[in-house]
Design a protein around this ligand. Sequence first.
Ligand SMILES: Cc1cc2nc3c(=O)[nH]c(=O)nc-3n(C[C@H](O)[C@H](O)[C@H](O)COP(=O)(O)OP(=O)(O)OC[C@H]3O[C@@H](n4cnc5c(N)ncnc54)[C@H](O)[C@@H]3O)c2cc1C
Length: 492
Amino acid sequence: MAKIVVVGAGVGGATAAALLAKKGHDVTVLEAHIYPGGCAGTFYHQKYRFDAGATLAGGFHDGGPHDVVGKALGIEWKTHPAEPAWQVHLPDRIVTRYGQQDAWHDEIARAFPNQASALAFFRNMETMSDAVWAFAARQPAWPPANIGDLLQTTRALRPSTLKTLPHLFETAGAWARRSGLHDQAALTFLNAQLLISAQTTADNASALFGAAAYDLPRKGVNHVEGGIGTIAVQLVEALKKFGGQIHYRHEATRFETQNGRIVAVHTNKGARFECDYCIANLTPWDLARLLGDAAPANLIRETHTRPDEWGAFTLYLGIADQAPNQHLLSLPVEHHQVIGEYGKALGEGNSIFMSFSMPNDTTRAPSGHRALTISTHTRSANWWALRNKPGGQAEYEARVVQYSEQMLNLAERALPGLRQRIRLQLPGTPVTFKFYTRRHRGGVGGFPFTSIFRARGPHTGFLNAWLVGDSIFPGQSTAGVTMGALRVAAQI
Ligand SMILES: Cc1cc2nc3c(=O)[nH]c(=O)nc-3n(C[C@H](O)[C@H](O)[C@H](O)COP(=O)(O)OP(=O)(O)OC[C@H]3O[C@@H](n4cnc5c(N)ncnc54)[C@H](O)[C@@H]3O)c2cc1C
């Protein structure tokens, strides 16, 4: 039985911890915050329970990563299919993302009537997506760090994987153009889907990863009872059931190393936890920070050369849903993506994603109210520049107001009357995310998925330590970090 310390109870850390506890190891999780989940956590404020970042979860389908973990740990996930998954409000039309295949194909034909090739292109993406998801379900160890990983990856290949080869080196954008997709609305739609699922737009997104990411609704996305944070809560329950422990308010402040191994983790409480193996649910920058002088040269180089991750600007809104006799927000779906203007870069308030708690869900909001999370991609550097500028507080706050207004205007366009129903409004910037998740500069969502050959593996430079979380392949989302955690747990 090995002594394993896991730093961080995000979905990646909590998954790896619970799987290893089930195997009989002595697992201790150190979590800086007072509840688990990190970017996929749910927090309580004035009678509302808000999803902090993630709001919709994929990967619960048969053979999907959460399904595999749930079966291994005996977890009955508290999830309900979201069908349709979400609506995309383009400047001049609404596209409903049905998961049901025929309904979705009819919707493509209806939404993009001027673009005959749209249906064929998106269907091709779905074919590739099936091959990629099937490959992923066989748990390849990508990117390979040694001969064992390479063999495991090779064993995951099947004849059906071969059909992905023509797209191995191209971007989703190049593929779209080659397929004759030129319509501004269809391209904006594609870009908007990829920004939220692959963290970059079509011209930079790997075609294959882009296909798998675009196709999430067809694979099935889910609401989680009590908010997205229930996923991590259920994982922590499983951890404890199998004898593991978790210490909240324990922030790891230093990794102690000896002879190429991490031998102990020190915390802000002055505690020292010895370990045979260590799992860090951290970004590479935070790993390097905790290693201090012991950080390997490769890791230091990585932290100097990788561009920062995206940040998120968020609004958490308590919404009065009920007029005297009706749900005025009788929405066809709970999740909406709204695009401001065509021809303008997405993110920075020109695209938002908004998610309501389910109607009548009194675990999330008082009766007659809904908890709403709205987010937009934003560059963290601009927020930190103002935060760190002497006397920059007023400018920082003005920026918060400007972003809030811009996002509320878009939200109001999609759901007229929303503004007057706001009863509580809390903003979140990358500075807020840094405070609550401890992530480097409050960056979120891992690295943009530009090429499968630039994917980062779980290696740390230490023989007995691995990274989990959205910095490692396949990256962001609760499903993505679960795949990474499955790999690391299996290796240990
Ligand atoms: C606005 C937004 C919207 C998103 N939407 C979706 C979505 O709809 N669907 C989806 O699947 N994904 C979504 N994501 C992405 C998803 O939330 C993340 O990719 C995923 O949750 C990251 O998990 P992780 O394992 O990397 O852990 P993280 O979320 O990074 O959590 C890390 C944990 O470690 C703890 N920690 C950090 N440092 C220390 C330390 N030194 N000591 C102790 N503890 C520490 C933190 O407190 C935290 O609990 C969204 C993200 C954001 C920000």
